[in-house]
Design a protein around this ligand. Structure first.
Ligand code: CAA
Length: 380
C-alpha cells in the first residue's frame, strides 16, 4: 500500500512551519518585496524555532531532517514569501558540499559553529561564462606551500552579501574539465574576498544575489573538501538535494496563488454569480489544484528516494522542472482570475507571478534539468 498520510511528527513540523510563516513572514512579505532588505530578525527567529539548517546532521548542530520532512517545512515557508524563505533556507545548499564531501573534522569545524550561531552561508559555483555549463568555470586555484590561493569571480550567488562562509568551486587545471574542479570552504573574513554587484531583480526581491570577487584569497589546505578534482561531484550532489528543495518552493508558491485565486473566485461576483461558478474559471481552478497536488507528489517522491539512500538525480531534476513550471503557470492563472486587480501591486498574486519566474531559472534552468532527466533516461 502507498500511504500519503503524514505521521504525528510530520504534522507537528508542518504546523510549526505554518504557524511561524503566518505570524512572522506573511504579514511583511509585500513590504519586503517593495523595499528589499536583509530579513535578519526573521532569520534569527526561524533559527530559534528550529526552522533552519533542516537537512544538516544533528551531530553538527543541524535539524537532521530527511528531505520529505524538510519539504513539508519548505512548502509552508515558501507559501508565505519565497524570498524570505530562501534567505532562511540557503544554508542547506551552501553547506551541501561540506555535508557530502567534508571529513568529520571539517564538519565539526565549519558546520557546528554556523548552525549554532544562526549565521548564513553561500554556494559559489556560477560564473559569468559558466552558468548552465558549470563545469567550464574559470576561477583558478593554486597550491602555494601550506595553503591554496584562489582567483576569480562568481556571480548570481544567493546571500553573497551576508554569508559568514562560502563553499567555492575552482579549477586547479582547466584542461582536466570537471575533473580539475576542487571545493573549498572560504571564510567571509578572508583578505581578498569582496562583494561586487548586487542584482536588482524582477522578483524574489529580498533574496540577496550578488557577485563574489576572489583576489589572491589564501585558503588553508585543510579547507579543501575531499580530494583535488572531486569538487564538481560535490556540487552536483548538493544540487540534487537543492532541486528537491526548489521543487517544493514551486509547490509553496503555486499553492499560495491557487488558494488566493480560489478565495477570490468564490467572492467576486459578476453577471450576478461568483466568477468561480463560470466554467471557464472553474476548469482553470480545477487544473490549478491538480497541478499543485501532482507537483507536490513528484517532489515528495524524489525526497523519499534520497531518504532511503538511493540515487535520485533524475527524480530531483524532474520534480524541479515540473513543479517550477507549475508555479509559473498557476501564478499566471491566479493573476488572470483576478483580472485587472491581479496586475496591480495591491494584490499578492502579482508578486507571486514575478517570484515564480526565478524558480524556473536557478539551481539549473528547467532546460538543464530536462537535460539531466533526459540524459539519465537514455543511460538507464
Ligand atoms: N551526482 C553525482 N555525480 C554527478 C552528478 C550527480 N548528480 N551529476 C554529474 N555527476 C558526475 C558525473 O557522473 C561525471 O563523473 P564521471 O566523469 O566520473 O562519470 C561528472 O560529474 C561530470 O558530469 P557530466 O559529464 O554530466 O558534466 P557536464 O559538464 O556535462 O554537466 C550539467 C552536467 C548537469 C549540465 C551540470 O553542469 C549542471 O548541473 N549545470 C547547471 C548548474 C546549476 O544548476 N547551477 C546552479 C547553481 S546554484 C544557483 O542557482 C543559485 C543559488 O545560489 C540558489
Amino acid at each position: 500500500m502507498i500511504d500519503f498520510s503524514l505521521s504525528d511528527e510530520q504534522k507537528a513540523l508542518q504546523k510549526l512551519a505554518r504557524d511561524f510563516s503566518r505570524k512572522e513572514i506573511a504579514p511583511v512579505a509585500l513590504q519586503y518585496d517593495k523595499e528589499p532588505a536583509f530579513p535578519g530578525e526573521i532569520i534569527k527567529k526561524a533559527h530559534a524555532a528550529g526552522l533552519m539548517n533542516l537537512t544538516c546532521p544533528k551531530e553538527y548542530g543541524g535539524q537532521g531532517l530527511g528531505l520529505v520532512n524538510a519539504a513539508l517545512i519548505t512548502e509552508e515557508m515558501t507559501a508565505a514569501c519565497i524570498a524570505i524563505a530562501g534567505m532562511i533556507g540557503i544554508n542547506s545548499l551552501a553547506c551541501g558540499p561540506i555535508v557530502v564531501g567534508g571529513s568529520h573534522e571539517q564538519k565539526k569545524k565549519f558546520l557546528t559553529p554556523l548552525n549554532q550561531s544562526g549565521k548564513t552561508a553561500s554556494f559559489g559555483l556560477t560564473e559569468r561564462e559558466a552558468g548552465s555549463d558549470a563545469g567550464s568555470l574559470k576561477t583558478r586555484v593554486k597550491l602555494e606551500g601550506d595553503h591554496y590561493v584562489l582567483n576569480g569571480q562568481k556571480c548570481f550567488i544567493t546571500n553573497a552579501s551576508y554569508a559568514a562562509l562560502y563553499t567555492i568551486f575552482a579549477t586547479i587545471d582547466p584542461s582536466k574539465g570537471t575533473k580539475g574542479i576542487c571545493a573549498f570552504v572560504v571564510s567571509r573574513e578572508s583578505p581578498g574576498l569582496s562583494i561586487g554587484k548586487v542584482e536588482d531583480k524582477m522578483g524574489q526581491r529580498s533574496l540577496n544575489v550578488a557577485e563574489v570577487i576572489l583576489e589572491n584569497v589564501a585558503v588553508p589546505r585543510e579547507n579543501r573538501l575531499g580530494n583535488e578534482g572531486e569538487g564538481f561531484k560535490f556540487a552536483m550532489e548538493s544540487l540534487d538535494e537543492g532541486r528537491v528543495n526548489i521543487a517544493m518552493c514551486g509547490v509553496g508558491l503555486a499553492r499560495a496563488a491557487f488558494e488566493i485565486a480560489l478565495a477570490y473566485a468564490k467572492t467576486r461576483v459578476q453577471f450576478g454569480k461568483p466568477i468561480g461558478t463560470f466554467q471557464a474559471l472553474n476548469f482553470m481552478l480545477a487544473d490549478m489544484a491538480a497541478a499543485v497536488d501532482s507537483a507536490r507528489l513528484l517532489a515528495w517522491y524524489a525526497g523519499s528516494l534520497a531518504d532511503q539512500g538511493k540515487r535520485y538525480t533524475r527524480e530531483a531534476a524532474q520534480a524541479k522542472f515540473y513543479a517550477t513550471d507549475v508555479a509559473m503557470r498557476v501564478t499566471t492563472d491566479a493573476v488572470q482570475v483576478h483580472g485587472g486587480y491581479g496586475y496591480t501591486k495591491d494584490y499578492m498574486v502579482e508578486k507571486l507571478m514575478r517570484d515564480a519566474k526565478l524558480t524556473q531559472i536557478y539551481e539549473g534552468t528547467n532546460q538543464v534539468n530536462r537535460m539531466v532527466a533526459g540524459g539519465a533516461l537514455m543511460r538507464g
